[in-house]
Design a protein. Structure first.
Length: 676
């Protein structure tokens, strides 16, 4: 009986790795316990940290393991201690697509022995037996090592065990850091533990992090208000857009527009002859999501537009709106893809009290959902073949999360360069889930954050919270759907302030033009956010040469962004105290710390505001009382500042903001000072 009990107890230990004593916990970065990937662009660092420790007093060694998804073998980096059993290492992914990483830890037997040897030596104890122990550890490592390393380890073992060398020589060999590093490469495999998960990194191209968007309606690009614009007209508009420094041109849907229940001007229910309808009511007898509105042109015209944009350093972003007009071919060919009401009619879109009778939502949960999903995937692939690499997705929060995770994953598996922007002004957790599911960039609540406290709290959340690992914000002061109250009542000064904030707070931002640079701010209804005479329902014509245009300011802003690495990322944002609630101050620094930009803006579009800015000199590498020159990159003005506290005054009718670059005073060989 006792013998049987002993066997039973032994069997319960079969799954235990009794010598794997290392614990690996709290590995960062990770999203939802490793369920989703963190995001980086090519060359951007992935700083990995983990708690790695063991029981007792044994030293541990840990490695960061990483590989591209297309590779089978791991690359490894030794992790360095941060203190309190926290370790770190950094790798920089260089290929587009997915990377995997994890952490491995083991008992570092030789390092444990070496540390004890040092203590024995300092206590003047006999080291003869200890040297033999060290030699055995090196011999064991040699048995696991590559041929060249094995030879070096064996040689060191012989020198430790051999009686010929002096104790001092043997001690010098034993404590050589290079020897410890060599032995660490070949741990006892029974002591090696690996973190339970392989974590993922989604690696995108640079434009995923730093981009400057301009939205326009191609049908309004004609030279006359009474003529429907074409894609060729849109191509002719590109030099104007490129001259302002935009690198992405986003167009609302360019597909045929349905006639059934077509909306009239200002969203009236009864369209009049000549009313062009909403581009988001997609599809008619001539085609659907793979067709181009006949009045815009042909697929050859679209290719011309894409090629022309590329020649100007611009990419064309296409709107991806998964919805149909009642005239869309899908309605006749696949009625099962839509929600049917009890009377047999198809359910149109509603957002009570708003009704969109000209739009039929697709039913992503219909019995034939797999065929529907596959067809929608083919729409993306179709436009990729036409040269599109960026998609702005309309209302993604009204479609299932699993669909986006699947379709984005499928697209980026074969086209890792593709960028998806989520237009989802919805609940925070829904917005964040879409970003986790794969969207490259996301719209934000910036449009409605106007006070100093609102801006500080929200932008701190976007740039400093853990969500920054997967949520890349794209800041828009206006869209065709949103004319904020701040812009309505603040006039030109408000437009200046908001674009300065968008362009400097966010590495990616966009405007809906040309209404923005032309400061159009008349709402359709008092208290509403819809534009009067909105381009969503009619053709418009703009005088791009107006003297009061903000074109020159926007051009200057985008030039500053291109020349300032600090403004091309989000994580270096820091806010600074200034003793006026109408003034906001913040700085952004590049990853390597070589570039720092300081921005101060007046949030009051009506009154001059002044205050004292408190700026810790050490944050900018200055001595406590060191003078520096603050060069305003917007106006060209230069100011001499000294110390932590300096005075600022901003007039919204003149200079509504400063964008400062700090220049230090240096002394030349001719013994005079200048700023550089």
């Amino acid at each position: 009986m006792p013998r049987t009990l002993k066997k039973e107890k032994l069997r319960t230990l079969d799954h235990i790795r009794g010598r794997a004593r290392v614990v690996i916990e709290a590995v960062e970065p990770q999203v939802a316990g490793g369920r989703f990937a963190v995001k980086r662009v090519q060359g951007e660092p992935v700083i990995v940290e983990a708690d790695v420790f063991a029981d007792g007093h044994n030293a541990v060694a840990c490695e960061l393991l990483y590989r591209h998804a297309s590779e089978s073998s791991w690359q490894s980096l030794a992790m360095r201690p941060l203190g309190n059993d926290r370790w770190t290492a950094t790798f920089r992914p260089t290929q587009l697509g997915s990377y995997h990483f994890t952490v491995s830890g083991s008992i570092d037997a030789f390092e444990t022995w070496r540390l004890e040897l040092v203590k024995r030596f300092e206590a003047q104890q006999d080291l003869a037996v200890a040297m033999l122990v060290g030699a055995e550890l090196l011999s064991a490592a040699a048995a696991r090592a590559s041929k060249l390393d094995a030879a070096n380890l064996k040689d060191a073992a012989e020198r430790l065990a051999g009686p010929k060398g002096s104790l001092e020589d043997r001690y010098r060999v034993a404590t050589d850091p290079m020897l410890a590093q060599l032995a660490r490469r070949y741990p006892d495999p029974e002591t090696v533990e690996r973190y339970r998960e392989e974590l993922s990194v989604r690696v995108d191209r640079e434009r995923a992090r730093f981009s400057t968007w301009y939205e326009l309606f191609p049908r309004s690009c004609a030279d006359r208000a009474d003529r429907h614009g074409t894609l060729r007209d849109c191509a002719a508009r590109l030099p104007y857009i490129a001259s302002m420094g935009f690198d992405v041109v986003y167009m609302p849907p360019i597909h045929p527009i349905g006639k059934a229940f077509r909306k009239g001007r200002n969203n009236t229910l009864d369209a009049q002859p000549g009313d062009v309808g909403s581009p988001w009511a997609i599809g008619d007898a001539s085609g659907g999501h793979k067709a181009i509105h006949p009045e815009l042109g042909t697929h050859d015209d679209f290719r011309h537009l894409v090629d022309s944009a590329k020649a100007h350093g611009i990419e064309i972003a296409l709107d991806l709106a998964y919805q149909c007009s009642p005239d869309h071919p899908y309605v006749k060919e696949h009625p099962e893809w839509f929600v049917h009401r009890p009377d047999g009619s198809i359910q149109y879109a509603e957002n009570p009290p708003k009704k969109y009778q000209d739009i039929y939502p697709l039913d992503f949960e219909c019995p034939d959902w797999q065929a529907l999903w596959s067809e929608l995937h083919s729409v993306i692939e179709f436009w990729i073949d036409k040269g599109v690499q960026i998609f702005r997705v309309d209302n993604p929060h009204t479609k299932p999360f699993p669909f986006w995770e699947w379709v984005i994953g499928e697209v980026q598996r074969t086209h890792p360069e593709i960028i998806f922007l989520a237009e989802a002004f919805t609940r925070p957790k829904v917005m964040h889930r879409l970003a986790k599911a794969g969207f490259t960039q996301s719209y934000t609540y910036f449009t409605w954050r106007n006070t100093k406290q609102e801006l500080i709290e929200y932008l701190t959340e976007l740039t400093q919270a853990k969500s920054r690992e997967y949520f890349r914000p794209n800041l828009w002061p206006n869209t065709p759907d949103i004319l904020s109250g701040y812009l309505q009542y603040g006039g030109r000064a408000a437009f200046v302030t908001r674009i300065v904030l968008a362009a400097t707070l966010g590495a990616s931002y966009g405007i809906y033009g040309p209404v923005y640079e032309l400061v159009e701010n008349e709402p359709r209804d008092p208290g509403g956010e819809e534009y009067l005479n909105s381009e969503k329902y009619e053709l418009r014509n703009a005088d791009l040469g107006r003297a009061d245009s903000l074109k020159d300011l926007i051009t200057r802003l985008n030039k500053i962004r291109r020349e300032s690495p600090a403004l091309q990322c989000d994580w270096g944002l820091r806010f600074h105290p200034i003793d006026n609630e109408q003034l906001i101050a913040y700085s952004k620094s590049s990853e390597d710390g070589t570039d720092t930009i300081l921005v101060i803006a007046n949030l009051d579009p009506f009154q001059v505001q002044s205050g004292r800015l408190e700026l810790a000199p050490e944050l900018f590498g200055l001595a406590a009382d060191e003078a520096c020159q603050m060069h305003d990159l917007l106006s060209g003005a230069r100011y001499i500042w000294r110390g932590a506290s300096n005075y600022v005054s901003l007039d919204p009718q003149g200079v509504a903001a400063h964008i400062f670059k700090l220049r230090r005073r240096v002394r030349t060989e001719r013994d005079f000072d200048y700023f550089t």
